[in-house]
Design a protein around this ligand. Sequence first.
Ligand code: UDP
Length: 245
Amino acid sequence: MAQQEISVLGIKVRDITVTETAELIEKFVSERNKSHLIVTLGTEMVMASQKDSSLKELINNASLVCADGAGVVWGAKKAGLKIREKAAGVEILEEVVKRSSESKLKIFLLGAKPGTAEKAKENLKNKYPNCNIVGTFHGYFKEDLEAIEIIKKAKPDVIFTALGFPKQEKWYLSHAQELDIPVGMGVGGSFDVLSGNIARAPMWMRKLSLEWLYRLIKEPSRLGRMMSIPKFIFAVLFSKHDKKK
Ligand code: UDP
């Protein structure tokens, strides 16, 4: 069944679950007919796109935009689309990794501080011993020539880029063809979580959609960035044009 899409403050987002996203990634890889960017949308990205139309274009041209956060799910509901489940980047990544023992999809992890992607791979390998992570590289390169060499040799089908928005999406778009990688997805701070460097919020907070509060308590320096949340709420409440017709 085709999943529904809606526009929230001019940015498209789809009602798609974590499992459905993993299935779609496998379909894109098997078709291998173009490069597919997958965006995991947060409120901060929506707000940044209000001021910069090139970011809006970048997101709206992606093959798939998932709702990565309670804010976007709420915004979509206000605009008229009930999103069944939050599809967070970290969960999609883990699902694709888990399924890779069967699907044989070759996965590359690019980004985060030196050692972090490697540690994330190690933890994922412990959890899913037959998973198919074919390489990692950190995200603090001046020039990415070394990374490119390593990625070329690994020949991944999917690359998860953890370089922050929009660097991670732009990196994939500018290298996808040269490296012949059918799917790329930006995953923000996911490797920090999967490596154990940053803990995820406890389940009860996640269930109450309070993951943002947990991150704020752990990293108070994020307060400035998080001001995008109230701005997003106001913008959605006062927007007329995104409502379903
Ligand atoms: N990062 C990187 N290279 C850079 C800038 C950032 O590898 O030049 C990494 C950073 O270490 C972190 C991730 O990108 O692991 C982005 O984290 P952030 O907290 O911004 O992402 P969010 O989860 O908020 O989208």
